[in-house]
Design a protein around this ligand. Structure first.
Ligand SMILES: *Cc1c(COP(=O)(O)O)cnc(C)c1O
Length: 392
C-alpha cells in the first residue's frame, strides 16, 4: 500500500526522519504523587509518556507527549512474536538549583541506536530522541524525588510493530519513553548482595547479543535467578566457558578490587568482548579511577596517594577464589544505573561460599568513594567533563 502510494501520487518518496520540532504535547490530568517510602522500583506510573511510530514509506511520525496509558497493537506485531525489542535505562536527577539533569545521556542514545541496528529496527537520529526525552523530563519534573539516593528512572523502549507473522525484520516500529520515580535500588544494601555463580546456563556467548540491551537477553535469566533465590542468593553471577570466566552480576557489570604489594589497588573488570554489556556506570567507574590516579579528582574517602590501577581483562572464578584465600580481595561490587554501586558479600561457587569483606556500610572504601563521586556528578554537585546535562 505504502509503496503504491509513494509511486502513484508522488508523496513521501523518502521516509521522514525523526524530527523533535514536530512534537505535539497533550497534557494529562495530573495524578497525586505517592509517598516516597511506598515506592517499589518500576511500579509507579507518571502522567505522561513519549510515543513515536515508524511506518514504511512515511517514516517517523510527529512525536507525541501524551497522557500515560496503554498502547494499542495488532496481535501479529513482531514484538510479540520474534522480539525485535530494545531498551535503555537512564535517570533524571534534581540539581542544586532545582534543575532536572541527565547523566551522559548521549551515550544512552547511541547505545540504543546500536541495539536497534542489531535487531534490524528502523534507524533514528539519537540527537533528536534526546531532545524529546529532555522535553518529557521537563514536563514530568515534579516526579523527580528530591531525596538523596532517589531519582526518576527513564525507560526508552523501541519495539518492532510489523503486523505480520512472516519471519523477517520489522519494517515498522514504535519508540516510547516512560518514566518512574525510583528510590535506592536495594533497600538493605548494608549487608551486601549474595551471588550464586552459574555456568550451566549462560547470559551471553561469543557472537551472541549480550553486548546489546535487547529485551530477549533477559527472559532466559529469570529461571536461573529463581533457582538462585531458592538457594538463598540474591542474584546470579554469570559465568562463561570451561575456565568459568566471570561476565556480569545479574544485570550489572562486575568489579573486583585487589590489594597490591606497593599499597595501591587493582580494579579489575571483564573486557568488552561482546559478551559484556558496555555499561555507562562501568565506563564511568573506570574513568573516575583513572582520574583519581592521575590526581585530577580525589574519590571521597580514598587517599590521593593510593592509585587505582584499572584492568579490563578476563577473570576466572579460580583466580577470585585464590585471591580471596590469600586475603588480597578488598571488595567486589556490581555497577549499573539502577544501583550505581552494589557491594557483594559472598559468592556461592563449587559447593562452597567465598565470603568477601563487607564493611559497616556495605560498600568498602573504593566502592563507597565511587558511589559518592558518581552521585555527586549526577546531581550536579561536582562538575566532571560534560557528564551531567541540564534539561533545558
Ligand atoms: C543495563 C545493563 C548494565 C548496566 O549498564 P549501565 O549503562 O551502567 O546502566 C549492565 N549489564 C546489563 C546486562 C545491563 O542490561
Amino acid at each position: 500500500m505504502a509503496i503504491l502510494n509513494s509511486t502513484t501520487n508522488g508523496t513521501a518518496p523518502h521516509p521522514a526522519e525523526l524530527d523533535a520540532s514536530k512534537l505535539i504535547v497533550t497534557k494529562a490530568e495530573l495524578k497525586p504523587i505517592p509517598p516516597l517510602e511506598s515506592l517499589v522500583f518500576g511500579e509507579t506510573k507518571t502522567d505522561h509518556m513519549l510515543v513515536i511510530n515508524y511506518a514504511p514509506g512515511t517514516g517517523w511520525s510527529a512525536p507525541e507527549i501524551k497522557p500515560y496509558g496503554p498502547l494499542s497493537l495488532d496481535p501479529m506485531s513482531s514484538c510479540f512474536q520474534y522480539c525485535p525489542n530494545v531498551f535503555e535505562g537512564m535517570k533524571a536527577y534534581i540539581g542544586p538549583n532545582g534543575e532536572p539533569r541527565l547523566f551522559r545521556p548521549k551515550d544512552n542514545m547511541e547505545r540504543l541506536a546500536r541495539s536497534a541496528a542489531r535487531v534490524a529496527l528502523p534507524p533514528f537520529d539519537p540527537k533528536e530522541l534526546l531532545v524529546l526525552i529532555k522535553e518529557l523530563i521537563k514536563i514530568e519534573s515534579r516526579w523527580i524525588p528530591k531525596l538523596p539516593g532517589y531519582s526518576l528512572y527513564i525507560r526508552p523502549t523501541i519495539i518492532g510493530t510489523r503486523p505480520a507473522l512472516g519471519v523477517a525484520a520489522s519494517d515498522s516500529a514504535c519508540i516510547y519513553v516512560i518514566v518512574t520515580p525510583a528510590g535506592p535500588y536495594f533497600r538493605d544494601a548494608t549487608k551486601g548482595i549474595s551471588l550464586l555463580a552459574v555456568g550451566e546456563s549462560v547470559r551471553s556467548w561469543p557472537g551472541g547479543t549480550g553486548g546489546h540491551k535487547l529485551g530477549l537477553n533477559y527472559a532466559p535469566g529469570f529461571l536461573p535467578q529463581r533457582i538462585a533465590s531458592k538457594q538463598g542468593y540474591d542474584q546470579v553471577l554469570w559465568l562463561l566457558g570451561e575456565e568459568e570466566r566471570v561476565t556480569e552480576v545479574g544485570a550489572m557489570n562486575f568489579f573486583l578490587v585487589v590489594k597490591r604489594e606497593d599499597g595501591d589497588v587493582d580494579l579489575i573488570t571483564p573486557p568488552l568482548d561482546g559478551t559484556i554489556l558496555p555499561g555507562l556506570t562501568r565506563a564511568s567507574t573506570l574513568a573516575l579511577a583513572e582520574a583519581h590516579s592521575a590526581g585530577k579528582i580525589t574519590l571521597p574517602g580514598v587517599p590521593a596517594s593510593v592509585k587505582l590501577h584499572t584492568h579490563e581483562r578476563p577473570l576466572t572464578m579460580r583466580e577470585i577464589d585464590a585471591l580471596s584465600t590469600e586475603g588480597r580481595v578488598l571488595e567486589v561490587f556490581g555497577v549499573g544505573t539502577a544501583v550505581v554501586v552494589a557491594p557483594v558479600s559472598r559468592i556461592g561457587w563449587a559447593g562452597k561460599d567465598i565470603v568477601l569483606p563487607v564493611q559497616k556500610q556495605g560498600l568498602g572504601p573504593i566502592g563507597s568513594g565511587m558511589w559518592k563521586m558518581i552521585v555527586d556528578i549526577q546531581t550536579g554537585k561536582v562538575p566532571f567533563e560534560d557528564w551531567s546535562v541540564v534539561c533545558d
